[in-house]
Design a protein around this ligand. Structure first.
Ligand code: HEC
Length: 342
């Protein structure tokens, strides 16, 4: 999904270790919680670490743990997450935002980062690493303590901030190594006023990570005009997208303010004005160009799209929980009705 650009999924860190040094990884380095890593053992060679029968070396010893805190999703470098606000909007502008406190293998300081040829191989590695991690009970104690000391700093003038509980059942559906090495902290943000702000993660009183949010102002009249244009029975978007963008004939996609948070106004307008993907490539073979009367109408549509209901599964997607959740949602009664937005 394009909107997961900038996404940081700790569960795939192992796989990315063998790939290019990304911006996200640079950010990870910056966020490492200095002083909480156990005394670093000098990386050993595989021979030193394996036993006489030629067993695989201990990944835990080769890559001793570092503790880190990360936002589960990040906008592109230098950008802010874009949300909107209109007074008296019938649906509150909301998102659920998640931080992850985690122990991860220290590939950066290793003589050699492991090379994986598949995601499966990387997962196997992580499973073994996490199992060894959990064998030292001190590690788990440390992880719990850091999670407990975790605090958010949110600008109360712009954002109404409440805890969002991620159901146990979703966390249980995670791979074992995630359960052993990661803790999730979720907050539900409701945007109260326009402005620019940064949400900060604080651990043991020290700021560890921050993500910028830009909350744009729309008037209620703009939002209403956008809604009318969208749902117009003859010229509207409703024919394909369903009423209120709820998904419909042909376009089985729900607009989600969470998806749009990754995009500028220009990029969103690009979809329906120029039939272009945010990266400029042709979208739907150039067939998704719709008449927009003027800049005012375009802005109205943007106001309306930015107010689309955030999609539940998108949040889970950011957590790397979605494929499980999709199945679980229909099978588990308590989940069927669960929404982080209540
Ligand atoms: C003829 C059918 C049709 C009409 C009419 C239509 N769309 Fe779409 N639209 C689609 C399809 C198909 C997709 C792609 C769905 C997918 O990727 O699964 C799409 C995708 C989009 C997307 C990107 C997906 C996202 O993140 O929400 C936006 C934005 C969008 N449409 C806005 C509009 C707007 C605004 C209008 C009216 C001005 C409109 N569309 C009218 C068929 C249509």
């Amino acid at each position: 999904m394009r909107s997961t650009r900038g996404l940081l999924l700790l569960s795939s860190l192992a796989f990315t270790a063998c790939q290019q040094h990304t911006v996200v990884e640079q950010k990870r380095e910056a966020n490492v919680l200095e002083g909480v890593a156990p005394a670093q053992e000098k990386p050993q060679t595989s021979r030193e670490n394996g036993d006489a029968e030629g067993q695989k070396p201990s990944p835990y010893k080769l890559y001793p743990p570092i503790f880190t805190v990360e936002a589960s999703s990040l906008p592109e470098p230098g950008h802010a997450f874009q949300f909107a606000y209109a007074p008296n909007s019938e649906r509150p502008y909301q998102t659920v935002f998640v931080y992850v406190v985690a122990a991860i293998p220290n590939f950066e300081d290793a003589e050699q980062a492991p090379v994986f040829t598949s995601e499966f191989e990387a997962e196997q590695f992580m499973d073994q690493w996490a199992t060894e991690f959990a064998q030292d009970p001190q590690n788990t104690v440390k992880l719990e303590a850091l999670t407990k000391s975790f605090q958010w700093s949110v600008d109360a003038a712009l954002i109404d901030d409440k805890e969002a509980v991620i159901p146990e059942v979703l966390l249980k559906g995670q791979p074992n190594y995630v359960n052993l090495t990661q803790r999730f902290k979720a907050r539900r943000f409701t945007f109260k006023a326009p402005g620019e702000t940064a949400v900060k993660a604080i651990i043991n009183g020290v700021e560890r990570s921050q993500v910028r949010f830009a909350i744009q102002a729309y008037t209620q009249a703009e939002e209403d005009a956008g809604k009318a244009r969208y749902n117009d029975p003859t010229t509207g978007c409703v024919g394909c997208h369903g009423r209120d963008g709820a998904g419909g004939q042909g376009a089985y996609i729900k607009h989600s303010s969470d998806n749009f948070a990754f995009l500028t106004d220009e990029q969103i307008a690009g979809y329906f004005r120029d039939s272009k993907y945010p990266n400029g490539e042709d979208f739907l073979d150039g067939m998704h160009k719709w008449p927009v009367a003027d800049a005012q109408e375009e802005r109205a549509l943007l106001a309306y799209l930015r107010n689309s209901t955030p999609v539940f599964d998108k949040i889970l997607d950011l957590l790397g929980l979605s494929s499980f959740a999709l199945g679980a949602r229909s099978e588990i009664p308590s989940l069927r009705a669960w929404s982080p937005y209540r």
